[in-house]
Design a protein around this ligand. Sequence first.
Ligand code: NAP
Length: 294
Amino acid sequence: MYQLIDGKTTSAKIKEEIAEEVKQLIEAGGKKPHLAAVLVGHDGASETYVASKERACKFVGFNSTLVRLEDTVSEEELLQRVNELNKNEDVDGIIVQLPLPSHINEQKIIEAILPQKDVDGFHPVNVGRMVIGLPAFVSATPAGIIELLKRYNIESSGKSCAVIGRSNIVGKPMSILLSQKADFGNATVTLCHSRTPDLKEITEKADIIVAALGKAEFLTGDMVKQGAVVIDVGITRVKSDKTKSGWKLLGDVKFDEVAPKCSYITPVPGGVGPMTIVSLLKNTLLASRKEIFQ
Ligand code: NAP
């Protein structure tokens, strides 16, 4: 029988822990950690993400600032706003919600954020530091997955892992974190992508599978070995006549087929998703302590 990895409960617990740390910080005379989010345009999903980040900040006792800009904003104006936040000494962490309108160069904006305030962990300085094992802000989704594995006492050392998807924000950092020589890591990782031939041959041998490709129910029962740990990162919104909203979320894993073969598996929703915001909060707390870049 498989065990469900409950990201919702785990993230709620971590939020309580962060709230307690903030309380102690303030009692000791420190200032509230402060996260600033920049939202360009009115994309529905981005609005939802930013609103939940603001709610989470409020819950743990952080200050949060939302800088709203129209989608007609110029790249120059956006860079200027980021720069203002860089200079604002009260702001500890900055996130610019992606995607940005096509006339804006995302990479340029990411690189404009001070690495010391880059709590999304997307700046090349943070990516580079993470790769060579230095303290760094780590991209929130892979950091959340590592935290989930640790909290469920799932060992990665010596294991064989398949990561499906090589994006800069999920798959690639995930493969590095799992394989790094550190307290947690030491796995042998195969990083798979759309040009990987015979993917099944790789996944069916893997002890841990991280599915992060964004293709609903891609990973089927026949691709997974008995006792595997399966982490489902995918979120695909599909129409449904069974829900009030008229849509539902599907992961990259065909849950009903895969779960019976697993030792542990994350659900969608309620698995990896809630951990992503918690990792962002943790990074902001770290940024406020100024411990990463000393
Ligand atoms: P992405 O940038 O679209 O990257 C997808 C990756 O999957 C690419 O590397 C692509 O390969 C690979 N891929 C696509 N089709 C494949 C196939 N048939 N076989 C093997 N590999 C394939 O995606 P992302 O930003 O990493 O996000 C992935 C999923 O996770 C999405 O559903 C997204 O919504 C979700 N997500 C969830 C959270 C969360 O908090 N739960 C956070 C971030 C993302 P190529 O490189 O060869 O194109």
